[in-house]
Design a protein around this ligand. Structure first.
Ligand code: NAP
Ligand code: HSE
Length: 428
């Protein structure tokens, strides 16, 4: 029997550096928890000449074979990111009998099925706690602690960059462009922030959560996505006046046997537990038949929080290895469930329009909504912009298709200058 468990790591950037630090600083207690020490043996990078800050000596290589062909390495951590070659390396590691731990939501959301099949065949562990919510434990709670439940809904704030931006816009009244520049300067948003502000990062994470919650494969392509690029300080001010905050929510809900999966900005009642999740924090709210409501909250990204989740998985894989119990919990997608088209999802809507300020216009707008069975809960008219009256409307709960038809009619009406905002409203 080996006297330690040796690990290879693909990538030594933000997360990889954190993993090396945690394995070193908590090495003694980790050894007690596992039964033997975990040793980081080799790390793959692109540029072997780059200066690295490593807490202990580690072999650094630019040849993946140094890890994949090393019979002493039992566990491979993938923290290099991107779809390829990360996916290929993980599949090759599994074929070589190595357990794989990853933080890579892109690969898990799009190719989870293929990776689970490879893990099943090789009877190795495939663990990905860090792929959703950074340091927040959510994959293992869903897969294990809440496994006895029938889950109805998983709803979360799973992108730190956009939550930081919306928080700043709400608390300081700043505009989208200014807040984005600030988020980039602080290193929260990427140089290319498209995946964050466009909702794609959250959609990948939601696909992973929904697959586990509903025991059915949900991929990134199944998720309806709207980002926050159209959210203005005016929308935020209306939300606050009406008792709401705007959050980019990732929602997976069971709807009469089908699954609704969507990411979009949402008017959330200020009293909702997710409404107080601010700055770069993430949270996931779960509703199950036995547990009732549960919420998981914490840091959704960053070097050490993400490393916390990765190292937790490594310890799990090492314990399984030590006890001869690897491959115990693999794919849990045993059902085939249809996705509900976005056109059929129902919600109340907040709609902001600029219209001609003349008699009969309000009646014409109400008529266009009424013709599509869209019933209005409240109408606010309080100011003029560029000579037009601004109307803010909140509807009752209606199917998306009806709202879209009504808006399409209004866009063709001469008295409607502009449809400025269309934002779904969450009910309590
Ligand atoms: P990062 O800082 O860009 O680091 C990537 C590392 O991988 C670098 O060390 C890079 O080598 C190496 N690498 C990239 N492509 C490679 C290739 N083809 N061959 C060899 N080495 C390669 O990325 P990160 O922020 O740590 O993110 C890593 C993963 O964790 C991603 O999947 C990300 O989505 C996920 N994640 C990140 C966070 C976060 O807060 N950052 C949170 C949750 C999940 P060089 O150093 O030589 O360039
Ligand atoms: N870009 C992500 C966020 C972090 O802003 O939450 C990595 O998952």
């Amino acid at each position: 029997m080996k006297d330690c468990i040796q690990v290879g790591m693909l990538g030594l950037g933000t997360v990889g550096t954190g993993v090396a630090k945690v394995l070193c600083q908590n090495g003694a207690s980790i050894a007690h928890k596992v039964g033997k020490p975990i040793v980081l043996k080799t790390v793959l990078v692109r540029d072997v000449h780059k200066e690295r800050s490593l807490p202990q000596p580690v072999q650094v290589t630019d040849k993946v074979e140094d890890i994949l062909n090393d019979p002493e390495i039992d566990i491979v951590i993938e923290v290099m990111g991107g779809e390829e070659p990360a996916k290929d390396y993980m599949l090759r590691a599994m074929k070589a009998g190595k357990h794989v731990v990853t933080a890579n939501k892109d690969v898990v959301a799009q190719h989870g099925k293929e990776l689970f099949a490879a893990a099943e065949e090789a009877q190795v562990d495939f663990l990905f706690e860090a792929s959703v919510g950074g340091g927040i434990p959510i994959i293992r709670p869903l897969k294990q602690c809440l496994a006895g439940n029938h889950i109805y809904e998983v709803m979360g704030i799973v992108n730190g960059t956009t939550n930081y931006m919306l928080t700043k816009m709400t608390q300081e009244g700043l505009d989208f462009a200014d807040v984005l520049a600030e988020a980039q300067a602080k290193g929260y948003a990427e140089a290319d922030p498209t995946a964050d502000v466009g909702g794609l990062d959250a959609a990948r994470k939601l696909a992973i959560l929904a697959s586990i919650a509903f025991n059915a494969r949900v991929t990134f392509d199944d998720v309806y996505v709207e980002g926050i690029t159209n959210i203005s300080s005016e929308d935020i001010a209306y939300a606050s006046e009406l008792g709401y905050v705007i959050k980019l929510l990732a929602i997976a809900r069971e709807e009469e046997g089908r699954i609704s999966v969507r990411v979009h900005p949402t008017f959330l009642p200020s009293s909702h537990p997710l409404a107080n999740v601010n700055d770069v924090y993430n949270a996931v709210f779960v509703r199950g038949d036995a547990v009732g409501e549960a919420m998981f909250y914490g840091r959704g990204a960053g070097e050490m929080p993400t490393a916390s989740a990765v190292v937790g998985d490594v310890i799990d894989a090492a314990r399984n290895l030590y006890r001869g119990a690897s491959g115990r919990i693999l794919c849990t997608c045993f059902e085939d469930r249809p996705i509900q088209p976005i056109s059929e999802t129902k919600a109340p809507y907040f709609i902001r329009l600029l219209v001609q300020d003349q008699p009969g216009v309000l009646a014409a707008i109400a008529g266009a909504f009424g013709a599509q069975q869209v019933s209005l809960n409240s109408v606010i008219q309080k100011r003029k912009i560029n000579g037009c009256a601004e109307l803010a409307v909140i509807t009752y709960e209606v199917p998306d298709s009806c709202v879209q038809l009504a808006l399409s009619t209004m866009r063709g009406m001469s008295v409607v200058s502009e449809v400025r905002s269309v934002i779904r409203v969450a009910m309590d």
